[in-house]
Write a protein that binds this ligand. Structure first.
Ligand SMILES: [Zn+2]
Length: 308
């Protein structure tokens, strides 16, 4: 199993040591402070395997946690999965890629159409090929932010690319966090980047989610038995930790849906249910206070048949 390597300035060597701690001691959290990291440690590039990297920068807002992108370097160019939330932040990603390789960015996969992963896409070089689910293309086309170009390739199920010597699969595992959720799988290395289908220690965020279908998408992801699962929010974990954490996230999503379903079955009106919901251990997860009420409403919508 390849170890994670963090590229940082020599003055930040202490952080490299912190990131290299063993699976037993790594703190399971999305909170950089609890993890033993400083805000100045970010953004950062992490080597996941030879020619496979993640890039983590902070999500906007008062609660600090990372938005995480994947990039794969080949001798025929670079494939990027997801960007950051603004032009300067995605420029940071493009610059970080240039520090690792002279290869140009050839492909950008829009795994999540939400602005925190796509609003900075104008920073990618002109002429890159975008891959996107039809649902996400429609969402971005009618939004007010970045819009995909007319020649973006639509992926409604699966597409295998061979870039240089790297086989790269772009997969739709089902509607989950956005409805157009794409994932990127490297079959030769069993690395699966799930974008927002997997939120590592971040409370299930359901503004545009399909709660029960999201569980099925996670079933499919876990059935693939990847060696490394990478989340769209939260830290990049080593293989064994990543497998434990996708399981933990799957359980969290089940628990949140079960709690909202229990309140719905007891005929508790939605506004009361938001106050009464008991999230147990998940109340301490990043974004629980802001995303809990949204999750209750969304599960109620699904149970009432009014999910749009
Ligand atoms: Zn997001």
């Amino acid at each position: 199993m390849p170890r994670l390597t963090v590229f940082l300035a020599p003055s930040l060597l202490a952080s490299v040591c912190a990131a290299a701690v063993s699976a037993q001691t790594v703190v399971r959290t999305a909170d950089p402070a609890k993890r033993g990291l400083k805000e100045s440690d970010f953004p950062r590039t992490i080597k996941v395997a030879d020619n496979v990297y993640t890039y983590e920068d902070f999500h906007a807002g008062p609660e600090k946690f990372t938005t995480t992108d994947l990039f794969v370097v080949t001798d025929a160019g670079v494939l990027v999965a997801d960007g950051q939330g603004s032009l300067p932040e995605t420029t940071g990603l493009v610059d970080a890629i240039a520090k690792v390789t002279a290869q140009p960015i050839k492909y950008v996969v829009i795994c999540s159409d939400h602005g925190d992963h796509s609003a900075g896409n104008a920073a990618f070089p002109p002429g890159v090929k975008y891959l996107i689910h039809p649902t996400s293309k429609a969402v971005l086309a009618r939004g007010s932010g970045w819009k995909p170009p007319a020649d973006a390739e639509l992926i409604d199920n699966a597409r295998t690319l061979t870039v240089g010597r790297e086989e790269i699969q772009v997969l739709f595992l089902g509607r989950a966090h956005t409805g157009g959720d794409l994932s990127v799988f490297l079959p030769g290395r069993k690395i699966l980047f799930l974008s927002e289908t997997y939120l590592n220690r971040v409370f299930p965020a359901m503004r545009s989610a399909y709660p029960s279908e999201w569980l099925r998408a996670l079933d499919r992801a876990e059935a693939m038995q990847a060696d490394i699962y990478i989340a769209g929010h939260g830290f990049t974990e080593t293989g064994p930790v990543s497998r434990e954490e996708i399981r933990a996230y799957h359980k969290a999503l089940e628990a949140v849906i079960a709690e909202a379903t229990r309140l719905h079955a007891a005929a508790v009106p939605v506004d009361d249910a938001i106050r009464k919901a008991n999230w147990g251990e998940y109340a301490s997860w990043t974004l629980a206070s802001s995303q809990g009420p949204i999750a209750v409403r969304r599960v109620y919508d699904e149970l009432d048949g009014t999910l749009r």
